[in-house]
Each structure stands twice: as structure tokens, then as C-alpha cells.
Design a protein around this ligand. Structure first.
Ligand SMILES: [Zn+2]
Length: 635
């Protein structure tokens, strides 16, 4: 090597190696450190007694297909009959081969997290059997997946190699975090190693799959979720570097769902157009890439992408997912959101919150959970809407009565399974509560614990080796007062931070506190049994979306005018479960009145709106959006 070159290398290499990664503000806790209490626990218990706990009985042929075991896909495998209607299906048959892996793994992921958090002994027993049966499928070389030896890692078209693994390994890692079963962690470590060997970093192209629809390949970018969690457990940089490589390879190959590709983000005229769920789950890969690679271009790309996502999201947190974004901006009546897109957006914002510590992201997370997601559940029966809109004037299958020329739309209804479309949303509806809860407390350092999201829950962890437990006793978001009951091994000084939601007008507490970046900071010596009392005052706020539509809110909740509806029972599953559609009985619509004199009292907003049929101002009662079926939300 000539001397000049070696000097240049000496300069370049160290600079490269010490390039500053962005510091991460918070650390998440292991799954299981935070458990639900109060109304949230009750709702999860209902889910476990309902569609979340019984999905394997509703669609047994999907859940019991041994796709990771004796029925791994081979050269001659045929697309599976999933019992759905395929009219207007743009994606083709190939995806139906891997689809059961998503259904199963996402369902088990949600199911196991629920039964662990609820301490449901029978459910836990069932999960133990499931995990043992999955581990038994692991090959000598570490492979856990859905393809036989001949096919695996050798694709030039649509496939589910990484996606079937991402969805499965996420659950296995949660299982390990809860049970500390090292056998499971070892199995996942070997399985991830098998991927990294067969798709070597910078010397392979896992996302090359031709130039046709490749939704499964594209979902595979969420393998970065697994790598991020492996990094959490090991602090081994190789996992992040591999995640960055996956994002780069994804960016540089043909993708049918291409919103997150770096070149598209950097193109100022590009508009989001992909399948919504992909667009929102891919935020996480971009976040991980930005925090692994210290270059401005990718940091700016993340900012741009998040701005674009906001434009595709309604004020309820409903991110367009009906199902392609198709260059639209969100609209309270005309853009529907898929339940899957809510879970994926929420999960992505949780990762963002952990990295940035930005309190406003906490508001976005709570908004999606407490409004869009609660508002897509059926308040009376155990079922959810696959697609929903903020203004929901009918739920008879189609979007507020719109006719779609190329297919019979059936997603705008409530179902415990939605098998006629795809069993994707119901498994994700089982995942959303545990993921929301898992991100509700984070550590800032060994002296500081942060209540990042507000809800009834109890956290148990250690600070500097000392055990601490804090129960947040509250009816939030239906009331805005909190008692934090603190138990410590010994009296000790520590810092508690509580996120101050954006809508708070006054903080009422006898504690001494400071405000730091929208966190309430309480710094004192706590006794072994201690308590903090806190409440927030607020008022009715009228928010206006970019289309000029007015939304009423109070605290974290949106309020809507419920529309009286006739409930129509549809398909029946066994004795307990039924699909439901809803036909409006009163079609009066209301318009916003400038002088609306809104008052909040006991969970209701009383306001004045103009009845358009009578052209007359009337006093109207609005209730929480999350407790409605048919509703007018914007005026
Ligand atoms: Zn879905």
C-alpha cells in the first residue's frame, strides 16, 4: 500500500467508526413488566373470552395448518383455500401460500401476550404447548420457517420467507421475555443466525423477487422488528447493521409496496400510494435504519416520511388502509382505515417514542388507541370492523354506501374473524392492547422511570438493582385523575416523569414538580409505600382537520353523535359468535355552528349543532367516539 493511501485510510476509517449515532432517549422494559388493570384489563378479559381467545375455533383450518412443520411449502404446493372471496383481488394466488403463517403467528403473538398479562392459566398452558411444538420444527442448521430445503432462500418471485419469520419470532421473543426460558432465546438466536448466513450482509439481496406484486416479500422488511429486539437483548451491533442492510436492500430492489424506499422519500413530488399496512409497519425499519446509520439524509428521510404519514391519518389516528393509500390525504368520511393499519401505526409510533422521547408521539399513540382503535371495536359484541371511517353512516359492507365497481366490498362490518376477506385484522386486534401496554412505562436511566402512556396499569421493574412497583389507578381516558401507588424495597431518591398530554390546561397536585419537554418531573425521596395524586383539567376543544371538518374533543377522547341503527345479524360461528351489519334509522345530518356553547359533563359533551334537515340549531349530546357504532364525528 502506498503511504499516501494508507494515510487517507487512517483518516477515513476512524472517522467512519466514530460517526455519532443518535442517542436514544428511553429504553423499553421487557414484555410482562407492565400489566393492565381497571377497565383495560376487563376489556382484554372480554377479548380472551371472545374473539381473541377463540379465533382458533372460528377458523381452525387456518390456525392449525402446520405450515412451519410438516406442511412446509414445497415446489408443488398449491395456494391454500382460505375461505375468502377473491373478487377484485389484485395480489394473485402466490400470497395465499404463505398467508396462514401471518394469520397464525400474529394471532399467537397477540393471544400469548394477552394470556400472560391476564395470568390466564389455561391459556398459558396452551401457549407453552404451542411454543414447544414450534421449537420442535427447528432444523439442525437453525432454520425455523415455512419452506422446505429446496425452496428456502432461493426466490425470484413473491414469497413469505422473512415475513413468516418476523411474525413468528416477535411472539417467541415476547414468550422468552415473560418466561425467561433460555431455550427459546437460543432457538431464536440460531434461527436469526440462519437468516444472516443464508442472506449474507452486503453480499445478497433478500428483497429481490422480480417485478410483480410482492406484498409478502415487502412485509418481510418487518424482520427488522426481530433484529431490533435481538439488539435490545444482546446490545450486539451486528443485528442493527443487518437491519440497516435490509432497509438498504429493500430500497434498492423492485417493490410493489415502495413508499418507504429511500429514493421515493427523497423525491419531493412522491405521494404515498402503497398498501397502507405496509407503509405504516415500514416506519419501524426506517427508524431503526436512521438510528443505526448516522447520516443526515436518512434522518431527513424519516422526518419527511413521518410528515407524509400524518397527512394520511385522520384526527382520530385512523391511518388510511382501505387498502391502498393511492395518493390520497385522509378524510373523515371517504378514507377508511384497516384495523391492521392501526396496530402497525401504533407499534411504529411506540418505537419512535422510545428513540426520541418526544412527548407528542405519546399523544399520537394514545389517540390511535383510544379513538380510532376503540372506535373500530363493537361496543356490544365481541367483534371488530375490518375497515372503519371516522364518520360512519352505515356499516353494511361498503364505505358509507359507496359503490366500488370492481368488487363487492364487505369489509365495513363487524366480525369476529372476517374470513370472507382475510383473517388479518382480528389477530392484530389481539395484539394492539398488549403492545400499547408494553410501551406505557419506559426507563430514562437507572434513576428515572417515565409514565410514557397513561392508562390503568401496574409496572414492576428495578432501578439500580432495587425493586419498584407503581400502580396507576385511574379511569383514564374517561376521567383525567390518577393515583400512582408506589412500592419500593427501601426508601430512596428517584425521579418519576409523567407525560403531560398536549391538551392539559392545568396540573393539579400537591407534589413539587418541574416541566421538562412536556413531562412532569417529580424528584424526591420516596418511601417504601408512597403515592402521588395528580389530575389534569381541560375543556372541550374543537379541532379542525385540513378539509375544514370540525371534531369535538375533551382530553384524550374524541366525541361523536351516535346514529340510531338497526342491527342485522349475519354469518354465525358456533353458538357464540356472529357477524353484524348496521343500517341507520335516522339519517339526519348536522352541521357545525359557530356559537356552539359546548359543555362537558360526566362523559358527555352537550353542544349545539345545525340539523340540516330542519335547518335549525339543536342541542345535541356527543359521546366518546370509541363507544359508538354508527356516528357523525365531523361537522
Ligand atoms: Zn387487516
Amino acid at each position: 500500500m502506498n503511504k499516501a493511501l494508507s494515510i487517507i485510510l487512517l483518516i477515513i476509517i476512524p472517522v467512519n467508526m466514530i460517526a455519532q449515532q443518535q442517542p436514544e432517549v428511553f429504553q423499553t422494559l421487557s414484555f410482562g413488566s407492565i400489566k393492565p388493570t381497571g377497565w383495560l384489563k376487563e376489556q382484554m378479559q372480554k377479548d380472551i373470552n371472545g374473539f381473541v381467545g377463540n379465533l382458533d375455533l372460528l377458523v381452525p383450518e387456518l390456525i392449525n395448518d402446520p405450515i412451519y412443520g410438516e406442511s412446509r411449502l414445497q415446489k408443488n404446493s398449491k395456494a391454500k383455500d382460505l375461505g375468502n372471496l377473491k373478487a377484485g383481488d389484485v395480489a394473485g394466488d402466490e400470497q395465499y401460500k404463505w398467508w396462514n403463517s401471518e394469520t397464525q403467528s400474529n394471532w399467537w403473538d397477540g393471544y400469548m401476550r394477552n394470556v400472560f398479562l391476564l395470568d390466564d392459566k389455561n391459556g398459558i398452558e396452551k401457549v407453552n404447548h404451542y411454543v414447544a411444538s414450534i421449537l420442535a420444527t427447528q432444523d439442525e442448521d437453525g432454520y425455523i420457517g415455512i419452506y422446505d430445503v429446496e425452496l428456502r432462500y432461493k426466490f425470484n418471485s413473491e414469497n413469505g420467507e422473512l415475513w413468516s419469520k418476523a411474525s413468528l419470532y416477535r411472539g417467541l421473543l415476547a414468550y422468552y421475555e415473560f418466561t425467561h426460558d433460555e431455550k427459546v432465546f437460543k432457538a431464536v438466536t440460531r434461527a436469526v443466525e440462519n437468516v444472516m448466513q443464508n442472506y449474507p450482509i452486503h453480499a445478497s439481496s433478500p428483497f429481490s423477487s422480480g417485478t410483480s406484486f410482492n406484498g409478502g416479500v415487502s412485509h418481510g422488511l418487518t424482520f427488522t422488528d426481530v433484529l431490533e429486539r435481538m439488539y435490545f437483548h444482546t446490545q450486539d451491533e451486528k443485528y442493527r447493521q443487518y437491519a440497516l442492510f435490509l432497509y438498504q436492500d429493500f430500497s434498492n430492489t423492485y417493490q410493489s409496496e415502495a413508499d418507504v424506499q429511500l429514493k421515493n422519500i427523497l423525491n419531493p413530488t412522491y405521494k404515498l400510494k402503497s398498501h397502507g399496512v405496509h407503509t405504516f409497519e415500514h416506519i419501524r425499519a426506517l427508524i431503526i435504519a436512521a438510528y443505526t446509520d448516522s447520516n443526515m439524509e436518512i434522518d431527513n428521510a424519516l422526518k419527511t416520511y413521518l410528515d407524509r404519514i400524518k397527512q394520511a391519518t385522520t384526527l382520530s389516528g385512523g391511518a388510511i388502509g382501505d387498502e391502498w393509500i393511492a395518493e390520497r390525504h385522509s378524510d373523515a368520511t371517504h378514507t377508511g382505515y384497516e384495523y391492521c393499519s392501526l396496530q402497525e401505526l401504533l407499534d411504529s409510533y411506540c418505537l419512535l417514542f422510545q428513540k426520541t422521547g418526544n412527548a407528542e408521539t405519546g399523544d399520537l399513540i394514545e389517540n390511535t388507541f383510544y379513538n380510532a382503535a376503540q372506535g373500530s371495536r363493537n361496543p356490544q359484541h365481541s367483534c371488530i370492523a375490518y375497515l372503519k371511517t371516522d364518520n360512519s353512516y352505515e356499516m353494511l359492507g361498503s364505505k358509507n354506501g359507496e359503490i366500488e365497481p370492481d368488487r363487492k366490498q364487505t369489509r365495513y362490518k363487524y366480525s369476529p374473524a372476517h374470513q370472507d376477506v382475510a383473517v388479518c385484522c382480528n389477530p392484530n386486534a389481539g395484539r394492539i392492547s398488549p403492545y400499547f401496554i408494553q410501551n406505557s412505562w419506559m426507563k430514562e436511566n437507572e434513576k428515572t422511570l417515565v409514565a410514557t402512556l397513561l392508562m390503568p396499569n401496574i409496572v414492576e421493574t428495578t432501578l439500580n438493582g432495587t425493586k419498584i412497583s407503581i400502580e396507576n389507578i385511574t379511569h383514564y381516558p374517561y376521567e383525567n385523575s390518577f393515583t400512582f401507588k408506589i412500592q419500593l424495597e427501601k426508601n430512596m431518591p428517584l425521579t418519576l416523569k409523567i407525560r403531560k398530554p398536549i391538551w392539559v390546561q392545568n396540573i393539579l397536585t400537591s407534589e413539587k414538580y418541574t416541566i421538562e419537554n412536556d413531562f412532569i418531573v417529580i424528584n424526591r425521596t420516596f418511601m417504601t409505600s408512597d403515592e402521588i395524586q395528580l389530575s389534569f383539567s381541560t375543556d372541550v376543544v374543537v379541532k379542525v382537520d385540513p378539509n375544514g371538518a370540525h371534531y369535538f374533543s375533551y382530553g384524550a377522547l374524541l366525541y361523536a353523535k351516535p346514529i340510531l341503527a338497526e342491527e342485522i345479524a349475519g354469518k354465525v360461528y358456533g353458538n357464540e359468535f356472529t357477524d353484524f351489519t348496521y343500517k341507520p334509522q335516522d339519517i339526519s345530518k348536522y352541521a357545525f355552528a359557530k356559537k356552539h356553547k359546548s359543555v362537558y359533563k360526566n362523559g358527555i359533551i352537550k353542544t349545539q349543532l345545525i340539523n340540516l334537515k330542519r335547518n335549525k340549531k339543536e342541542t345535541v349530546e356527543l359521546i366518546p367516539f370509541g363507544k359508538t357504532i354508527l356516528r357523525q364525528t365531523t361537522f
